[in-house]
Design a protein around this ligand. Structure first.
Ligand SMILES: Cc1cc2nc3c(=O)[nH]c(=O)nc-3n(C[C@H](O)[C@H](O)[C@H](O)COP(=O)(O)OP(=O)(O)OC[C@H]3O[C@@H](n4cnc5c(N)ncnc54)[C@H](O)[C@@H]3O)c2cc1C
Length: 509
């Protein structure tokens, strides 16, 4: 750990112990960075906004060591039956990519946060609850962060993972422009007597709006009767309390879905929210950075928010660690915005489009939805594409500042997991070794090249490098970043030297 013991000064203060802040804290701590994680809530949340973690998020959690136990808590993969005019228009199924070793997990956000907190605790860091950040001032040497009213802490870096209404974003003066997409959604997680198949979710398209029902897993040992209900309703000024929200769903179930025999017993969580699409103008202002919902918000349809935030955290962690350890210049942090913001633009675009199609306001939009778009989801090829899009396994940074040209895989591309062998001959997998480590992946029989490139990589990256032999054919040595993307591809150690000098220190030669 770098920050001096007892000085009270931290390398990084992370604001927010949601999935983004916790992932960042785990990854930074594993990289040897001293962090404090503060959250204004009085304790962990037991209710969940997200219920699906798509494949890329699962991959990141595995790399930060927080996936154990989650698979046991997950529901079996569920598809969605889509209804309109009293019949099923399509049954959308998740079609996992057989070439990938990682699949989505249907598990609650509360369970994911709990797994991350356990991992962080094992790394020696506890979340400080009831600790709101109220002010922050940065200067050339660091950031002074005010916790509550009268306590302050000095840190080299401050990262706002404090959600959609981010205080840190406001304190940094970073704009968050955007527009509303749906004026009002009602949500209720309810225990209900409902004689309905729990192996699929369901949606009903009705001229008055959309109704969604998704099976959820309740507390351990409780009956399998927990459902998430969601519906878009016209915006009005009426304030709805939890009882009124449940009463609305009791009306909407027969009206929109023809479901007359549902008896809602109680609600675990209710919410009324407006769906907005907003994106931070920048993810960095000097020593202050943003990640997760603090940087981007969009429709929950498609389950992309937590996935994107967790991906931000992993991308930022290794870069911030190199800067903190004095191995890279601060300019490396600008590549964080340059790589992650375009991905968020794409996520905002696709989630907005899908939400507009599903909510379908106006007769033409509804006609296209019911006759064209939704029936297409019956087709296996479309299902495979939709699953791939949601997975975020497609993410590449090849067009960004650390990207490269030439044959695939190009610098910036994600390198899928694969079996490998360590120097001593023991078997392992690429992704099991990554984060905090970088991996040099070499074809068999290239030991001399590997030794020379290993020496160059260690000179720049320190001890966090491991050399592995690939089982599959490779024509070049690959240097894989801790977040699973390709940093460099080649054979010539001098070329690696130039590449790392450029990436880490901004040197051209
Ligand atoms: C209905 C719904 C369903 C969703 N379903 C999915 C899904 O299936 N899959 C998916 O990937 N995403 C989903 N999302 C989105 C997902 O919930 C969010 O993207 C995710 O919670 C963002 O995580 P975060 O850590 O960035 O922020 P948050 O989870 O919002 O965490 C922010 C934390 O910061 C703390 N905080 C705020 N201000 C301060 C302050 N000043 N000082 C200290 N602490 C502070 C808060 O207490 C909170 O703990 C859904 C969202 C909704 C609304």
């Amino acid at each position: 750990m770098r920050a001096e013991e007892g000085s009270g000064r931290m390398d990084v203060v992370i604001v927010g112990a949601g999935p983004t802040g916790l992932t960042l804290a785990c990854a930074l701590t594993a990289h040897g960075v001293a962090v404090r994680v503060v959250d204004r809530a009085t304790g962990p949340s037991h209710t969940s906004r997200a219920n699906i973690l798509h494949a890329r998020g699962v991959e990141v959690l595995a790399r930060v060591g927080a996936v154990d136990g989650l698979r046991e808590q997950a529901l079996a993969p569920i598809g969605m039956k889509m209804h309109a005019h009293g019949r099923v228009l399509a049954t959308m199924r998740f079609a996992p990519d057989p070439s990938e070793s990682v699949q989505a997990l249907f598990v609650s956000q509360a369970a994911i946060e709990s797994a991350l907190r356990c991992r962080l605790s094992r790394l020696g860091v506890e979340v400080e609850w009831d600790t709101p950040v109220t002010a922050a001032e940065q200067d050339a040497g660091g950031v002074t962060v005010t916790l509550g009213f009268d306590t302050s802490v000095r840190a080299d870096w401050l990262v706002g993972c404090d959600g959609a209404h981010s205080t840190v974003r406001d304190l940094a003066g970073i704009g968050f422009p955007g527009v509303p997409v749906v004026e009002r959604f009602l949500l209720a997680d309810v225990h209900a007597d409902w004689n309905r198949d729990r192996s699929t979710s369901a949606s009903w398209f009705h001229p008055d709006g959309l109704l969604l029902a998704m099976p959820m897993r309740g507390a351990e040992g409780s009956p399998e009767d927990l459902w998430r209900l969601m519906a878009d309703v016209p915006a009005d000024d009426e304030h709805l309390d939890p009882g009124q929200i449940v009463a609305r769903f009791e009306r909407l179930l027969p009206e929109r879905a023809g479901q007359d025999h549902v008896r809602i017993r109680d609600a675990v969580w209710t919410s009324v929210f407006r769906v907005q699409r907003r994106l931070a103008d920048d993810y960095r202002s000097g020593r202050i950075l943003l990640a997760g919902d603090a940087a981007h918000i969009h429709s929950p349809i498609g389950g992309q928010g937590m996935n994107t935030g967790i991906g931000d955290a992993e991308n930022l962690a290794w870069k911030l660690a190199l800067v903190v350890h004095g191995r890279a210049s601060e300019a490396l942090l600008d590549t964080y915005t340059a790589e992650r913001r375009p991905l968020a633009v794409e996520v905002l675009r696709s989630t907005t489009m899908n939400t507009r199609i599903l909510v379908g306001t106006g007769p033409v939009a509804r006609f296209l939805r019911d006759r064209v778009f939704v029936p297409l989801l019956n087709q296996p090829g479309v299902q495979r594409r939709a699953t791939r899009t949601a997975s975020q396994l497609w993410a590449t940074y090849r067009a960004g500042p650390l990207g490269g040209r030439g044959r695939a895989p190009r610098p910036g591309d994600r390198i899928p997991d694969r079996p490998c062998t360590r120097h001593d001959g023991t078997p392992t997998r690429l992704h099991a070794e990554l984060n905090p480590l970088w991996v040099l992946l070499a074809p068999r029989g290239h030991d001399t090249d590997l030794e020379a490139t290993d020496a160059v990589a260690r000179k720049h990256l320190g001890a966090d490098v491991i050399a592995l032999h690939a089982h599959t054919a490779l024509d070049r040595i690959l240097l894989v970043r801790p977040d699973g993307h390709l940093a460099w591809r080649g054979r010539d150690p001098a070329d690696l030297q130039r590449s790392l000098s450029r990436v880490l220190l901004g040197q051209r030669k």
